[in-house]
Ligand binder design. Structure first.
Ligand code: FES
Length: 540
């Protein structure tokens, strides 16, 4: 009978079948200690492999073995070298088992390799899966990593180390979302949703680095100096700023030591839709999650995104920012009634900046709450026809993410200013710019209070459960969209937990409820064609 155990040297042999049962044209399948094994007789040699194809599990005993010992799985034509297990066409390698013949029987060593070895192999194969953007294989390799007892954090750490220099423009939402996906994973119990979150964490990075070459950072190192760092950023000198970061880390400084200078740089200008401050929050959390090994790659990628960030405060629409910041009163606050969201909702950039400066005497958090409530009302009142139009100019390319960023930027701002209150003026004025820039895309016939009632969240526990289910099983093709569902929802959930006045709380919950019902128009073929024709038609 099969499944009889014998120990021979370091190998542990399990009796599989009598030798005479095997014939060249008749491979057989056996089950040994829960493992499905296919046995082949090839030119006098007995070979054994996992009977479940590593692609989708179809039985390889049904496959075809040719004279060169190439085994083909008929389901999707993957091909394996049955002597080594190497995949000749397809993806994942085939597990093969050592074989010996003794006492007229075939014996197999079916022990699994040590967990560390299996984890390392899964990590190596994961790299291949990411390079090919093979999402199904990414999921399988992460499941194998898990089966070997390792966490997806280990994979994320390796992936960040391997991809940070391939982000040509520096950090993207992919790293930020990876942190959010793994944080969500930590709150879930089910095996499949947990794996889905881990897969999403890596898939977006694979998407953003696909077919990208390496854009190496300088290896130079300069003694850390916060003033020099700010000056290097200001002059868009990536090498100079990176050398200072390298120097800081070489001196033994860590993220927490550098964060004040980094946050100051992120808020020195209104740039790139607030991304660099948002990313900084995620850099901090990723370092907390993955350890100091990711400090350098993350900080360099973050730095590059800041170097290349668009200086939006130089654009005509936002030039008032510098004046507003200069008008911010220095010194002690004078008190006074805090503004409400009505002071900001639906107002122009100029008006919102003026109203924010006028509120400088109030506690910053009170002004913050009003601006966040206005941002949430704006999301609720967004006239979606702007997101769907095909005949607009490039300047009016606006969509739901223009509105979500106000909330995620605000959330990052509150976190940062809890540690560095001196940054409130820059932060509040930049939040004001978000509010003002989005005002012109509101539906004038839509009242905020009616929308808040329409999308009200009455049972927060049930809402969050529904939100998680929708986010995990998002069904959206481009990873940027589910990432923004996740990031906006988690920002609002964290804001609620940190404490919000009733008005801001109900508006922000309603806004994220509304957002989760959006069917994103992910691509704009007709609009892009329209804009290209108009642009080229005006070219000299
Ligand atoms: S299941 Fe074997 S190739 Fe797809």
């Amino acid at each position: 009978m099969p499944d009889e155990r014998l120990t021979s040297g370091v190998a542990e042999w399990t009796r599989a079948v009598d030798v005479d049962r095997l014939q060249p044209s008749r491979p057989i399948a056996v089950k040994l200690r829960g493992k499905h094994v296919a046995l082949f007789l090839h030119q006098g040699e007995i070979l054994a492999c996992n009977n479940r194809c590593p692609h989708e599990g179809y039985p390889l005993v049904e496959g075809a073995l040719d004279a060169d010992c190439v085994l083909t799985c008929h389901w999707h034509n993957w091909k394996f070298d049955l002597k080594t297990g190497a995949t000749l066409y397809g993806g994942d390698n085939l597990r093969i088992y050592p074989v010996k013949m003794e006492d007229g029987a075939v014996w197999l060593d079916i022990r699994d390799p040590p967990a560390a070895e299996r984890a390392e192999r899964a990590l190596e194969h994961l790299e291949l899966a990411l390079a090919e953007f093979d999402t199904a294989r990414i999921a399988r390799e992460l499941a194998r990593l898990d089966a070997a007892g390792a966490e997806p954090e280990l994979a994320l750490l390796r992936v960040i180390q391997g991809t940070h220099a391939r982000l040509r423009d520096g950090m993207t939402h992919a790293y930020a979302a990876a942190e959010a996906w793994l944080r969500l994973r930590d709150t879930l119990a089910g095996e499949a949703p947990r794996l889905a979150c881990a897969v999403e964490a890596l898939v977006y990075i694979a998407f953003d680095t696909l077919r990208e070459k390496n854009y190496p950072f300088t290896a130079e190192s300069t003694a850390w100096n916060a003033g020099d760092f700010a000056a290097a950023i200001e002059s868009q000198d990536e090498d100079g700023a990176a050398a200072l970061l390298n120097g800081a880390l070489a001196q033994g400084l860590h993220f927490a030591d550098l964060e004040p200078a980094l946050a100051e740089a992120a808020l020195a200008h209104y740039n790139d839709f607030g991304h660099t401050l948002i990313y900084l929050m995620h850099v901090r959390r990723l370092i907390e999650q993955l350890g100091t090994e990711v400090e350098k790659p993350l900080l360099l990628a973050w730095l590059r995104s800041l170097i290349f960030a668009t200086r939006e405060d130089l654009l005509p629409d936002f030039r008032l920012y510098a004046d507003a910041l200069a008008a911010w009163p220095a010194g002690a606050r004078s008190g006074g009634l805090p503004p409400g969201a009505d002071a900001f909702e639906g107002q122009s950039v100029r008006h919102v900046l003026d109203a924010t400066v006028a509120a400088a005497g109030s506690a910053p958090l009170e002004v913050y709450f009003a601006l966040m409530e206005a941002s949430a009302r704006h999301l609720l009142r967004f006239d979606e026809r702007h997101a769907l139009r095909t005949d607009n100019g490039i300047a009016d390319n606006v969509g739901w993410l223009d509105f979500t960023h106000a909330l995620t930027f605000g959330h990052a701002l509150r976190q940062q200013c809890a540690r560095q209150p001196r940054l409130w003026p820059q932060g509040l004025l930049q939040l004001a710019l978000f509010v003002g820039r989005n005002s012109k895309y509101l539906d004038p016939n839509m009242a905020a209070q009616a929308k808040i009632r329409e999308w009200a969240v009455s049972d927060e526990t049930a809402f969050h459960e529904r939100a998680i289910a929708a986010i995990v099983d998002h069904g959206v093709g481009l990873p940027i969209f589910p990432a923004h569902w996740l990031k906006t929802w988690s920002a609002v959930r964290d804001e609620v937990a940190a404490g919000l006045p009733a008005g801001a709380r109900s508006a922000m919950l309603a806004a994220v409820n509304r957002l989760l019902a959006v069917r994103f128009k992910q691509r704009h073929a007709l609009r892009t064609a329209h804009q290209a024709l108009g642009f080229v038609g005006r070219e000299d």
